[in-house]
Design a protein around this ligand. Structure first.
Ligand SMILES: NC(=O)C1=CN([C@@H]2O[C@H](COP(=O)(O)OP(=O)(O)OC[C@H]3O[C@@H](n4cnc5c(N)ncnc54)[C@H](OP(=O)(O)O)[C@@H]3O)[C@@H](O)[C@H]2O)C=CC1
Ligand SMILES: Cc1cn([C@H]2C[C@H](O)[C@@H](COP(=O)(O)OP(=O)(O)O[C@H]3O[C@@H](C)C(=O)[C@@H](O)[C@H]3O)O2)c(=O)[nH]c1=O
Length: 289
């Protein structure tokens, strides 16, 4: 079964590559395409790629993910996250390829105080979240056979992410301040990739939008504290409010996702974020010795 992975050199794309190289995707024939090899904003190139081979699935790992830069780089963020998603959806429709697309907890405004369900109203408060939600709509409006997985606070041993930023800063500085009034769930990219492989291997036709994160709840401060404790970095860590760490983009204060739908549909047991963090730190240590 042929599977196209777009945005293959990013964090999630690299995770897929590592899983495939490690023998976790037996029987699946992946074609990995980096941004240089396949620009998802180029309709003709996407069409040519999808029609050139008999792809059963396209896993879209391509996106504009810089939350702060999206506030000023509006056009580029929109082109990649909305037009890119639409190009994939329209061409997947023509090539009868199932599209697996990744979205974000940042489609929500964060004003709830119980975990978000898939059907809760999406009301993004930043431009990144806005483009990700419009990208979802572009898929829903142009394709029937899709899975949109909304995830949160993705991290891993690959690419840019909060875990790696904390390890770097923790080793450079004596003291760090991290916000404690934004609450969500860190998600290990490898866990998400394995769920996507599970959906593919199940040949599921339960198309639709699904939430997926690790289990548990944390603030960014809690996440940083666990990274330092588990990795053995000694640094003075101060909890601060978001106002004390001003950023161009506002983030939701609460973006915990309810995962009942994906757990029930695919009979999944989801690891707790702290357990997955220890797996991720071991993987990080292995490639950073
Ligand atoms: N990171 C996170 O915390 C979270 C991410 N998500 C979602 O998960 C998905 C994967 O994120 P992640 O792997 O962390 O993101 P990354 O930023 O690590 O990777 C995104 C990849 O997309 C590529 N890309 C950008 N523009 C294009 C384009 N026009 N055509 C093809 N490829 C392109 C980038 O290539 P290049 O580097 O060359 O620009 C990069 O390799 C995204 O949809 C994201 O919105 C959801 C929740 C949390
Ligand atoms: C580096 C740092 C960040 N922070 C704050 C800023 C921010 O509110 C929070 C998280 O920081 P980051 O900017 O690394 O993470 P951010 O880019 O906001 O992460 C988001 O990325 C997008 C792609 C998503 O889809 C979301 O699910 C989420 O993962 O931590 C501190 O308080 N202290 C620090 O030293």
């Amino acid at each position: 079964m042929k599977i196209l992975v777009t945005g293959a050199s990013g964090q999630l794309g690299s995770t897929f590559k590592a899983l495939a190289d490690g023998g976790h995707a037996k029987g699946l024939d992946f074609e990995f395409r980096s941004s240089a090899e396949l620009d998802i904003t180029d309709f003709a190139a996407v069409r040519e790629e999808l029609l050139s081979k008999d792809y059963a699935y396209c896993v879209n790992c391509a996106a504009f993910t810089n939350v702060d830069k999206a506030e000023t780089d509006n056009e580029l963020a929109y082109t990649i996250n909305v037009s890119g998603a639409r190009n994939l959806a329209m061409n997947c429709n023509e090539s009868t390829t199932v599209l697996i697309h990744i979205s974000t907890d940042f489609v929500f405004d964060g004003f709830l105080n119980t975990p978000y369900l898939e059907d809760d109203i999406a009301r993004p408060i930043g431009f990144y979240g806005d483009t990700k939600f419009k990208g979802e709509r572009a898929i829903v409006n142009n394709l029937e056979e899709y899975f949109i997985l909304r995830t949160s606070w993705l991290y891993s041993e690959f690419g840019h992410n909060f875990m790696k930023t904390m390890i770097r800063l923790g080793n450079e500085r004596d003291e760090l301040s991290v916000v404690y009034d934004q609450v969500g769930t860190p998600t290990y990219a490898s866990d998400l990739a394995k769920v996507i492989l599970h959906i593919i291997n199940a040949h599921s036709i339960d198309y639709g939008v699904y939430n997926y994160s690790n289990e548990g709840v944390a603030s960014w401060y809690d996440f940083a504290k666990a990274i330092f404790d588990q990795f053995g970095i000694e640094v003075q860590l101060n909890p601060i409010r978001s106002e004390e760490y001003p950023t161009p983009a506002e983030r939701p204060k609460f973006s915990v996702l309810d995962k009942s739908k994906i757990k029930n549909t695919f009979k999944l047991a989801i690891p707790h974020w702290k357990d997955s963090l220890s797996v991720a730190l071991k993987a990080y240590s292995k490639i950073n010795i």
